[in-house]
Design a protein around this ligand. Structure first.
Ligand code: MG
Ligand code: ZN
Length: 328
C-alpha cells in the first residue's frame, strides 16, 4: 500500500493539474473515499490515521499501534509476518515517524522515537528504508540497535557512507535496511530522489523473499510537511515524487498480476485550494490552515480484489478490506 501523508482530494487535484491534466492514478480502475476522523477528534493526526489502516481500530490522536484504551493491536504487517509473508516499509520520514511506526510499534505517544526503534527488534521485517538512524544508535540507554539488527542477520547501509542509488540488487537471503538520514530526510525540493528507486528495489526483493507474497507500505511522508509549512512548491515537489513512486509500483503490478496496489492518504493537510487564475503546470495554491483538516481522502485500488475498495467508508475499513483481499 502507498500512503501519501497529507494526501487529500485537493492534493490529488493539484498533482493532476500540475502534471498537465493527468496523473498515474487515472490508470486505477477503482476509487473510493474514506472518512479520516480519529476516536477522540474529528481531525486525525498521522498516528491515529495509520493505526486505523494497520489495525482497523479508531484510536486517539498520537497513539501508535494501540487502541483507545492503550492496548497494543497486532498490525497487518505483524500478521503478515506471522503468516510467513515478506514485509517492508519505505518512507521519506524517519522510519520511527508516526505512519511507519503505527505498522510495527506499540507505544502510547508518537514522540517516543527510541521506544519505537526498539519495536523493530520484535518483528522480522524484511526491508526498511527511511531516516531516523540516530534513534537506533545514539540512544539514552546506550543500546546500539544497528549492531543488534546486524547480529540478527540484517544488511544495514547508511546515507552516511552509501548512496542508495549505488545499490542495484539486494541479496534475497538476508534482511535489508537502509538509513536515508540521521533524523529527517531532506525534502524533494532540496534534492531527495530515493523514494521511487527504493520502491523499485524493494518489490522484486520482497517478492523473492517468500512464496507466500509480501506486504509493503510506502509513504510519501513529506506532502504533509508542505501543507504544515503552507509551502506550495514543496508540496508540489513531494506530490510529483509520490506520483513517480506510484508509477514504479504500477509497472511492477502490471507485470506481476498478483499484486493489489492501494493508494490513499491518512488525512488532508493545509486546507488546500487551487486558486482562480491557475493554469495547468502553473498552479496557484492557497492554504486555509497550517494543520490537518477533516476533508475526505481518496482511495485508489488496482489489481486482484481492487473492487473491495469502492464506496465511502471509515478509514478503519481499509484494514478490513486488506484482510479480506488477503483471504485471511
Ligand atoms: Mg506520516
Ligand atoms: Zn501532519
Amino acid at each position: 500500500m502507498l500512503i501519501g501523508d497529507g494526501f487529500g482530494l485537493a492534493q490529488m487535484s493539484a498533482l493532476m493539474y500540475q502534471n498537465g491534466n493527468r496523473c498515474s492514478l487515472e490508470a486505477f480502475p477503482v476509487i473510493g473515499l474514506h472518512k479520516t476522523t480519529s476516536y477522540d477528534n474529528l481531525i486525525t493526526d498521522s498516528a491515529a490515521g495509520a493505526t486505523a489502516f494497520s489495525c482497523g481500530k479508531k484510536t486517539y490522536n498520537a497513539a501508535i499501534g494501540m487502541d483507545k484504551d492503550t492496548l497494543a493491536c497486532r498490525t497487518i504487517l505483524e500478521q503478515a509476518e506471522d503468516r510467513q509473508m515478506a514485509t517492508g516499509m519505505v518512507v521519506t520520514s524517519p522510519i520511527t515517524h508516526a505512519t511507519p511506526a503505527s505498522f510495527i510499534a506499540h507505544v502510547p505517544v508518537r514522540t517516543l522515537n527510541e521506544e519505537i526503534a526498539e519495536d523493530f527488534m520484535d518483528t522480522e521485517i524484511d526491508l526498511f528504508i527511511g531516516g531516523g538512524q540516530r534513534y537506533f544508535e545514539r540512544r539514552a540507554d546506550d543500546r546500539n540497535l544497528i549492531k543488534e539488527l546486524e547480529a540478527k542477520g540484517y544488511y544495514i547501509y547508511s546515507y552516511f557512507n552509501t548512496d542508495l542509488a549505488r545499490i542495484h540488487r539486494l541479496d534475497k537471503k538476508r534482511n535489508f535496511a537502509y538509513f536515508s538520514a540521521d533524523n529527517q530526510p531532506v525534502s524533494a525540493i532540496q534534492g531527495r530522489t530515493y523514494l521511487p528507486y527504493a520502491a523499485r528495489l524493494a518489490m522484486p526483493f520482497l517478492d523473492a523473499r517468500s512464496e507466500k507474497g509480501f506486504f509493503l507500505m510506502i509513504e510519501g511522508s513529506q506532502i504533509d510537511w508542505g501543507g504544515h509549512a503552507k509551502d506550495a512548491p514543496m508540496m508540489l515537489a513531494e506530490l510529483k515524487d509520490f506520483d513517480d513512486t506510484i508509477k514504479e509500483v504500477l509497472k511492477f503490478a502490471a507485470l506481476d498480476r498478483e499484486t493489489l496496489v492501494i493508494v490513499t492518504g491518512d488525512h488532508e493537510c493545509g486546507g488546500v485550494t487551487i486558486q482562480p487564475g491557475s493554469k495547468f503546470k502553473k498552479l496557484d495554491l492557497a492554504f486555509s490552515t497550517n494543520g490537518h483538516t477533516a476533508s475526505l481522502v481518496p482511495v485508489y485500488a488496482y489489481g486482484p480484489k481492487a473492487e473491495l475498495f469502492r464506496g465511502t467508508y471509515d478509514n478503519t475499513q481499509i484494514y478490513f478490506k486488506m484482510v479480506e483481499a488477503l483471504g485471511w
